[in-house]
Every structure is written in structure tokens, then in C-alpha cells.
Design a protein around this ligand. Structure first.
Ligand code: PA5
Length: 429
């Protein structure tokens, strides 16, 4: 059984996978032998099986301590240093979780209203902080952390604050590393050969997930299974590579330069954010790349649906189709039937969501002439989310290499920072 299968039968354009078999084998060998562009950052390839078992033990103990002693965990990080954790937590715990601790995100914005409101919210609460930064110098994260740390120290004193702060950073260098050592924070490592957006299978993602009550080893088991399945060099047997080649062909041969990741779950909105960063920051270089965007159906069928059906034809859809859900609800009988819904009595929401998926797929493909790649996913639980993280990481590396691009750097991101530092008067800028 394939945990994720790539269905290319809903495309309107012809995609000849066979023509890419040799090229894919070549790139697969580059990934495994670390001979491609950016090969210093391929630590994520084996991370699901090669992870530090000793650190995992410490991480789980620390997470238990946080769960037992705090009402809130503030995860302070930006980009690859928070999107994976947020995506995983929301995918499993949902959007109205009452689990303790509540997980809140900071360090991902410079917006004063957000930060002021957060400090106000935390003022009288019992909170811990997980500050995450590989470089240790990211302004958004550093500024928020300084403010949060000050509040914590004011609330509970220096010594207790030190016990309530958990840092995830580079093993050897950076301002956060120095600060953590000086203050004696419990520290977790982001290995040097893993970049931010490929780091969800490290403590960057796993510590917040564990604090949220999600088994980090089950997430890694999912990733490890995906690693096994996506390490097959034969394109026709590798679902992640099939997906990578299909999107590459739609872009290169047919000029479809936008990809919409479609889910049918509000729990996966943040997964869409993680996916957008993964593909956007990995591929958008040298005037190339597919613009990644995401939508939640059926919600967005009532906002974007018209455009998708009949608007400009410059995009394709990639639909995450869940075959099973975490929970389900049945439609009850109503004597009066004033809403006219008694035809659905006894049916559950999974059935209705499925029919919405089928009807939409047919509308977009047959009438709208849109190309739809359908990724059938067994179930999005802890194992499933781990599987999906790795599936897309591997597909993204293949996809960027097909374009001749280094998937692991982000030179363009530095330009806004330089301008901002100059305007802020940072020494040296
Ligand atoms: O994917 C990336 O490398 C980036 O999104 C980084 O994760 C992000 O810029 C945060 O960097 P840092 O962890 O150094 O604070």
C-alpha cells in the first residue's frame, strides 16, 4: 500500500513521465551521493533515521516538563524555524485545541500590534519559551525573544526564567548559542547540514510538536517510511518524483507558472504555509520557479472558486486528497426538515467532503480545463504528517534540480534585510 499516491489522470495536458526516467535517476544519485548544488545541506535526507537518539530522549523529557508545568508555550521563530511546527500541530490538534499547554507563535512578525497584544495576553500567564534560530541573528525572532524574556524574568525572576526557556540553534555558532550557554538554557541542536525549511524533522519541529502532545518519534516514523518510498530511483515507482516531474512539465512545457495546493481541511491551512515556503524559497531563483499558493476547499470555493473555474489559465492545482480522517460526525434527522437536509440523514461529513472533492475535481478538470494533480493520502495523523513533510521535501529537491537550481540557499532573502538594517542604523550597514 502506498501511503501517498500520485494520480495524474486529471490533467488536461499530456505529461510524458517516461521521457524523464534517466534524468530523474541521475538527480536521485546526486541527492544520495551529495554531488549536486548545495550538497552541504543534504542532512535532511537521512535525518528521519539518523537523528540523534540521545537528544530525542532529552527533548521528550523537556516536553513532559513543559506539559506538566506551563499553561502556554511560546514558540519564537520565523520561516523554517516555525512553519513546520505550526503546520504539524494544527494538522493534528486542529484549530480549537483545548490541550494544555496552549501553543502560541511569536518572532515571525515585526508588527507592533501583534507583539503588544501578545505581551498583554501573556502578562499574568504561566508560560515557557522555545526560541528557535539557526543563525541566532534573525531580527524578528531576536526582538520578540528579548521582549518575551524580559516579561518572563519580570514575572518569575531570573533563575526560574532560565528554566523556562528552551533554545534550538546551531551546534557550534551564533548569538543564540552564545546567549544560551551564558544563561544555561536547555538547548537543542539544528544540525549544520540542515537548512531551516528542511528542519521540521529536527528539534526545530519536534520539540514544539512534543510539547503539543504529538509523539515526535511517530512523526519521524512517518518521515522514515517516506524516505524509504521516495529513495527509489525508478520514476514510475516513486510517487514524490512523479509529482515533481509532472509539475515541472506543466511549468516548462505548458507555461503554467502557478501551483495551487488544495486541501479540504481548515486544519491544513498552516501546512499550506509550510509547503509554500518549502517550494517558494527553494525554487524561486534565477528568474525561474513555480509560484506556490494554497487554498482550502470547500471554504475557498466560495471566494476563489469562480476564478479557478473560469479565470486566467496560468495555474494548475495539486489536490491533497485525504482518504481517512481523524474523527467524523453524522448528519442527524430533523422532523421538520425546513433546511431540506434530510436527504443526508445518516451520512457522515467524510462522505459529504468526499463528494465535494469529486464534484469539484470534475468541474475544474472537465469544464474548467484545469490540470489537477491528485495526491491521495491515507490519513493525516502524526505518522501521516511526518510522511507528507518528507514526501514534499524530496519532491522539492528533485523539482529544483530539474530546473538546474540549488534548492538549499536563499540569496534573495538577504536583500531586504540589508536595506532594513541600513535604515535602522545597524552598525556596519
Ligand atoms: O528556510 C530558511 O532557511 C529560512 O526560512 C530560515 O529558517 C529563517 O530565515 C529563519 O532563520 P534562522 O533560523 O536563522 O533565524
Amino acid at each position: 500500500m502506498k501511503y501517498v499516491s500520485t494520480d495524474l489522470s486529471h490533467l488536461n495536458h499530456a505529461v510524458d513521465l517516461k521521457a524523464y526516467e534517466e534524468k530523474v535517476k541521475e538527480i536521485d544519485a546526486q541527492i544520495k551521493n551529495k554531488t549536486g548544488k548545495g550538497n552541504d545541506f543534504l542532512g535532511w535526507v537521512d535525518q528521519p533515521i539518523a537523528y540523534d537518539k540521545e537528544e530525542m530522549k532529552r527533548l521528550k523529557e523537556a516536553a513532559t516538563y513543559v506539559r506538566d508545568n506551563y499553561d502556554i508555550l511560546v514558540v519564537c521563530g520565523i520561516g523554517g524555524s516555525y512553519l513546520g511546527a505550526r503546520a504539524g500541530i494544527e494538522a493534528i490538534n486542529g484549530v480549537h485545541s483545548t490541550k494544555k499547554p496552549e501553543i502560541i507563535f511569536a518572532g515571525q512578525t515585526l508588527n507592533p500590534d501583534y507583539i503588544a497584544a501578545l505581551l498583554e495576553y501573556l502578562k499574568d500567564k504561566k508560560f515557557a519559551i522555545n526560541v528557535i534560530s539557526k543563525s541566532g541573528t534573525t531580527t524578528e525572532t531576536a526582538v520578540a525573544f528579548r521582549l518575551l524574556k524580559e516579561l518572563l524574568e519580570k514575572n518569575i525572576g531570573l533563575e526560574m526564567a532560565r528554566k523556562s526557556i528552551f533554545a534550538t540553534t546551531d551546534a557550534h555558532k551564533g548569538a543564540l548559542k552564545t546567549l544560551s550557554e551564558k544563561e544555561g538554557y536547555v538547548t537543542f541542536i539544528l544540525p549544520s547540514d540542515i537548512g531551516g525549511r528542511y528542519s521540521v524533522q529536527t528539534a526545530v519541529g519536534l520539540f514544539p510538536l512534543a510539547c503539543a502532545g504529538i509523539d515526535p518519534e511517530e512523526v519521524l516514523r512517518g518521515s522514515a517510511k517516506a524516505r524509504e518510498d521516495t529513495s527509489i530511483p525508478e520514476l514510475m515507482d516513486n510517487e514524490a518524483y512523479k509529482y515533481a516531474v509532472a509539475r515541472h512539465v506543466l511549468y516548462k512545457e505548458y507555461g503554467l507558472s502557478t501551483e495551487m495546493l488544495i486541501t479540504y481541511s481548515p486544519f491544513l491551512v498552516q501546512f499550506g504555509e509550510w509547503w509554500k515556503q518549502l517550494f517558494g524559497e527553494s525554487e524561486g531563483k534565477e528568474d525561474k520557479g513555480i509560484y506556490p499558493t494554497s487554498a482550502t476547499f470547500t471554504t475557498d470555493l466560495h471566494s476563489l472558486g469562480q476564478f479557478v473555474q473560469q479565470g486566467t489559465k496560468s495555474f494548475f492545482e495539486t489536490v491533497l486528497h485525504q482518504k481517512a480522517y481523524l474523527k467524523d460526525v453524522e448528519i442527524p434527522y430533523d422532523e421538520e426538515n425546513l433546511d431540506g437536509l434530510n436527504y443526508l440523514v445518516g451520512k457522515n461529513m467524510a462522505f459529504i467532503n468526499e463528494k465535494a472533492f469529486e464534484g469539484t475535481l470534475k468541474a475544474h478538470h472537465d469544464d474548467g480545463k484545469r490540470d489537477n494533480i491528485v495526491l491521495n493520502v491515507e490519513k493525516i495523523d502524526a505518522f501521516g504528517i511526518g510522511y507528507l513533510f518528507y514526501f514534499f521535501e524530496r519532491a522539492c529537491a528533485m523539482s529544483a534540480y530539474l530546473l538546474g537550481i540549488n534548492p538549499f540557499d536563499q540569496p534573495g532573502v538577504e536583500i531586504y534585510k540589508k536595506n532594513m538594517f541600513h535604515l535602522l542604523g545597524k552598525p556596519g550597514y
